[in-house]
Design a protein around this ligand. Sequence first.
Ligand code: SF4
Length: 923
Amino acid sequence: MKLSFLKDEQIVVVGHSDDLIQKVIEMLEFQNYDYSKNLVVFPGKRPSYYLKKALAQRLNHSFIPPLIFSADEFVNFLFKKISNACFIEAVEAVGIIYEICLRHDLLTTFFRKFDNFISFGFKLFNLFEELYIEGISIHQLKEVETLIDIPAKSQEKLRFLSIVYEDFYKELIDRNLCTRALRYRKLADSDDLESYLKFNNLIYAGFFAFTASEKKILQKLATLKNFYFLFQEEVKFNKKLFDKINLYSCPDTHAEVKVVGHLIENFPIDEKTVIVLPKSDTLFPLLRQGITFLKDEDYNISMGYPLSRTPIYGFFNNLFEAVNSMENNQIYVPAYFKFVLHPYTKNVLVKNSAELSRIIFHQIEDLFRSEEIPPFVELEWLEKEVPEIISANLKDFNLTVDDIKEHIKLIHNNTIKKFIIIRNIEEFINNCKDVLLFIYEKTTARFHYLFYPYVEFFIAQFEKIANSTIKSFQFEHIESYFNFFKNLVIFENVPFHGTPLKGLQILGFLETRNIKFKKVIFLDLNEGVFPDLSEDYLLPYSVRKIIDLPVYQDREKLIYYYFSLLVNNAEEVHLCYIKNDKNERSRFIEKIIWEIEKSVSEKLNIPIKSISWSVNLAAKRPSEIYKTEQIMTIINSLCLSPSAIDVYLDCGLKFYYFYILKLIKKKDISTEIEHSDIGIIVHESLKQYFKLRKGKKLHPGDFGNDIELIVNDIFLKKYGSKITGNLYLIKFQILQRLSELIEYYRKMAKEHQLKILEVEELIEESLFDTSFKYRIDLVENIDSSIIIVDYKTSGNENNYKIKFDKLDISDRQSWSKYIGSLQIPIYMLLYSRKYSINPLNLKGHYFLLGKSLINDEKVRFDPFTQIDQEEGIKIVSIILQTLLNEIKDKNTPFEPTSDFKNKCKFCDFQPICGTFTTPSKTS
Ligand code: SF4
């Protein structure tokens, strides 16, 4: 730092191990406990609390404190003496920059929309502020701007920056407005500071680097008598540091926060203990998993937390998605549920109860799951008719139809309906504010201790916009307002301001400057996190060098200076970093080690505490279920299907959960198409297609392309007309596959006598004293054969194969291993009973739609190809009879599968059985 204008007597060098705040106190002049004739400036705000507390401890008496400012506060204080210009917020500045760009017709079509421009506008504003505070002239900028890539209209690109830069500050001055950089520049150019600084002592303490404007201000201050500049020496590490530094290599954030808990619990803590979080993401894991034993009042948090990560942002996001999904006054059901099932929405009080509200919305959700409801519905239908339908289920809760109607209407009116028509930003922002106040007043959210600071900050942001010049901006489409909201929030951090000097301090790194802590716990010391040296979006390194702007090395030096002081001055230091294949430890740790090794001229072996999780992967084998009388009653009344036999063969427990307890995984009301939906759509399409061709001899010309109409109609009914993304792709694939199938039948009709005997035929028959009920996809008559067909979306015949060559009928344990499926053989047995035909005169095929090509006989899989059909049918009959006897035998419990590895992987009952890891055979 070159500050040659300072006189020697003005520079006070503070030792790197000394307490800067105590040094400042020693320099203060006072009379009768009155320190008000001193003015002290630190880089940040936090040292002022420590200075006042240190004075109070030293004097043990009431006193008048000195005037203490952060650098920005000091500039604002002086600026207000020499100017009455209005301070503006960044968003307002972006609005002015946008208007300048439009005036000069500089923007591409995309950026002419303010919601698209805003994020770029913030970057431009930050760039201009840096250029301005560093005193970069228009002329200097013109020299380099051709090297800067700006998304402007091509013919204007070359002069874009200099035109907007020049106009922006001119306009601010003309309109008597000011930004931070303008205030610094104004002060740097002012010759009249002395008259406002009538202090006995003016102390600048704890600075390391200055912008050009700051240097000029300092140069003026240096002409004042009684101006002192306290500079703390850079640290020179030595071997002694090793005694107090502890390094922790952790596998992840959770291990880091557990280390913190270990270091804090059972130790006395006060404001001299600090946890430094260079990454805000670690804050909540720390609070919720690391230091859960502390009460809220035991610590103070002072750091910024991204607004876009708060639940309020998530709530608005869901709300805007719901509004955005509306078409012709109808709302898209999955988006609606995403919004109403958000914890804020579903907890809007009804009759003073949040629980009742949750019950109402989950009833509506169940209704949508159980009924075939179209993908788009009217809000009015939800308000008027849905309450009528669900009210019968809510009688026990003392809720009338009118209560439910009123409740749904209240939520719609105060959220969704507020955004259907918006005239300008002011109206949009005011409505956002109203929604937030509605949630604050009418839900239980306010009882969460962090909800209030979030709301307060959101409201403050809304008010800034509502009072700014951009409030009258209008957008053509409603979604532009939502984009505007997102782009606005993305740059904001909620500042947590706790009680500054109470208890354990949880601080962002910059908050630690100039303060001497006893115990320092520093997390996330990883490359890319600390120091954060991410590159500037607009000004590349080479350009910064040419115009002499600070580059990342300068930033790194500044951060290292404060970091090394923090570490050096503490009595106990714990540095944690994450070590895994994606993260390296910070260069600052390497630097400290290197500095120490240099000081002793030897390579040191640094002890590192390596934290690892001890994970117990041993999984317990789920217990068998013994059959009670009640279970037996259910079993005896069961009407089975061939698939139920497959399920039982796979796993007795799965059969018990599904067919006895009738547990079914809840289907999501979501925009995502599930695998089971694909099967349903395919089966429904084929059913409709073949029904039109049933019972007659078919010729190639009978296989028209009406399958496309059928598929389109099914998708329209199920998903509405807005079919995009993944859904579109799946629809395309289904159509393509079914067209190939039709082509396959066309070819078959050319070469064979083909007739469709039945489509989705219901079979209700009894076999081995057991009732069966199921539907067969298709029964074909090809030449003289009757073939039972079951369509499968899979392409792998192994899933259905019975390995007769390996199957040992006397070894019950081996059955599930060698039997893929009994479905087609059982179909054949039951079909033959229904029509009194010999099963040997039937054929059964799994039709494998998942095969890469549907153009030859490989798409049909006959389970009896390996064996003489008579022999095969005999074996299957014995197996089926044995399985049915087992199911009906009270003394045979339902056993878990013997193949946990393969059978549990995709089973819906994993959470009940706990087989996320494979249980050992002996456990
Ligand atoms: S998770 Fe495994 S053991 Fe449990 S029911 Fe499913 S298949 Fe059977």
